[in-house]
Structures are given as structure tokens and as C-alpha cells.
Design a protein around this ligand. Sequence first.
Ligand code: C5P
Length: 308
Amino acid sequence: MSAVTVRVPAKVNLQLAVGPLREDGYHDLVNVFHAVSLFDEVTASEPADGDAGEAPLRVRVEGESAGEVPAGDDNLAVRAARALARWAGRSYRADLLIRKSIPVAGGMAGGSADAAAALVACNELWGLGLPLGDLMEIGADIGSDVPFALLGGTAVGTGRGERLTPLPTSGVFHWVFALAGGGLSTPRVYGECDRLREEAGGPVPRPTASDDLLAALRKGDPHALGRALTNDLQPAALELRPALAATLDAGRVAGALGALVSGSGPTCAFLAESAEHAAALAKSIEVADDCRSAVTASGPVPGASVAG
Ligand code: C5P
């Protein structure tokens, strides 16, 4: 096999409960992940013969905000491929091509998705045959959201978000995502969350999963799910980017069943009743000042998988 293409979904957090800051700089989470049909594609191919002596892993990025993605050794897909080669104990070469549709630094785990896709693509290209569990373990060291991008579906993550339990769901949920210009730095948003909590005083409760949310997912009830969506990072994201409040309001006024900042933002997520409702909502949300474009998607969808 000389080239492998993998398609990988974005995620939205249906519940993001953030515990106190840990000594290692992370926070304990209860993180309900939901994979949605906004996809990046990563192709891993064997470098041409004449390229001997070049860097063993090279990357090129195309598409949505490609210029904002690091194209060197810092690229998460390159780091993932390198970690995989190290795990397998041999040196390997690959050219990686990332085609982006997931917003960059948008709170939808686009970087983690590319890392997950690179793990699946290189596992196949190099004929390693590692099971999903091994790829998830390698991925957890690259980023907290990488294991979920491999798993897909709907799942609850605990620890720093990387310890996953799949959740039973019924039916299909329809979403609108309001993409903003530019991104928000995840560490900065967590830092702002800590600062706001310190300012408010009082203890930070241990994160626990919402029973209402889990019941809504099991039943496939979008109205109940819309009421149960929560994100502890939302106040911090709104503090750093106040214009997002108007985007959320535009969706609520237009009849979204639920509206929240996705992960650390600045993408905002809106739950709709049906695909038609999502298309109509997208038109109303797109006029908000801080909304670059509004796209529709559905979930849950499978994790990183070989295309075709
Ligand atoms: O693991 P990942 O690299 O995706 O995390 C990015 C940043 O988000 C971390 O450096 C940390 O600042 C913050 N984070 C956190 N607690 C978590 C996950 C991420 O504070 N559970």
C-alpha cells in the first residue's frame, strides 16, 4: 500500500464539567463528547524514492485556515506519527497531507482529530496492525481529545478527558455550528476559568455527569438534550470574546433547542429539531457579527476511519 486516506470527525462537548486545577496543570473533567459530521482528511503516503535524506515525516496542510496550522515538527499529526514509530521501535517515513474542514483552534478538537487520523493512516501504511486500544494510549500523550477522535460516537471522558466510556444514544441529532474568525487558545480559556473562579471564591465542586443529559441521549430526545447542554468553560470564553454572547442569542431567538460554546470556543453549537430546522437556523445565526459562517452537521458519527 503506498497511500492511505483517513476521515476524522470534529467533536462538540455536550457537557463539559471542569473540576479544580490539578498539580500537573490539568483539570479533572466530566466531558461528554459527541462526534459530528464535520470532517478533516489525512492522507499518509510513502515518500518518492528520490526524496531519500529528507525529513522522515513531512506535512502539508490544505483548506479551511490552513495557514494557521503549524506545518513543521509541532504539527499534532507529525507528533502522533513520530510517537507511533517510536512505539513500534523502528524508523518510518511518511508524507502527510491534511485537508482541513474543522475550524482551527475552534473548540472542536481539530488538531486532535488530525493526530488521530495520522495514527490510523500510518498504522495502516506501515502495516503495524496495532489495535485501537494501543492507538488510544499513544494518542492520549499527544492531546486529551485524541482518544475520543479515534473512538467517535458519543462517550464520556473522565480524568483529563482521555479515559472514555461509550454512551448509549438513540437516533440522530442535528446541529448548527457558528464558526468565528480566528481561534481561542485552550490553555488561556482554562486559565481564565480558574481566574474567574478565584475571583468568585468558594469551593469548586467535583465534576459529575448530568443524569438528565444521559437520559436525553438514551431516549434520543433533542428537546431534553437542548435543556441539558452545559459548558463550565463558557463564562471564560465569553469573558475573552464578549461578541460570542450575541451569536448565542441569535440562535436562541431563532428557536434553537439549546445553544452553547463548543469546548474552549470560539465555535458556538446549536441543537435543532431536524435537518430542515438546522438549515433554517443556520441562516438566522449567520447574520451575527462574530459569526464568519454557519454550517450544519449531524451526530453521532464514527471516529477516525480509512476512507473509501
Ligand atoms: O491535552 P491538550 O493538549 O489538548 O490540552 C490543552 C490544554 O488545555 C492543556 O495544556 C491545559 O492547559 C488545558 N487542559 C486542562 N485540563 C484538561 C484538558 C486540557 O487544563 N483536562
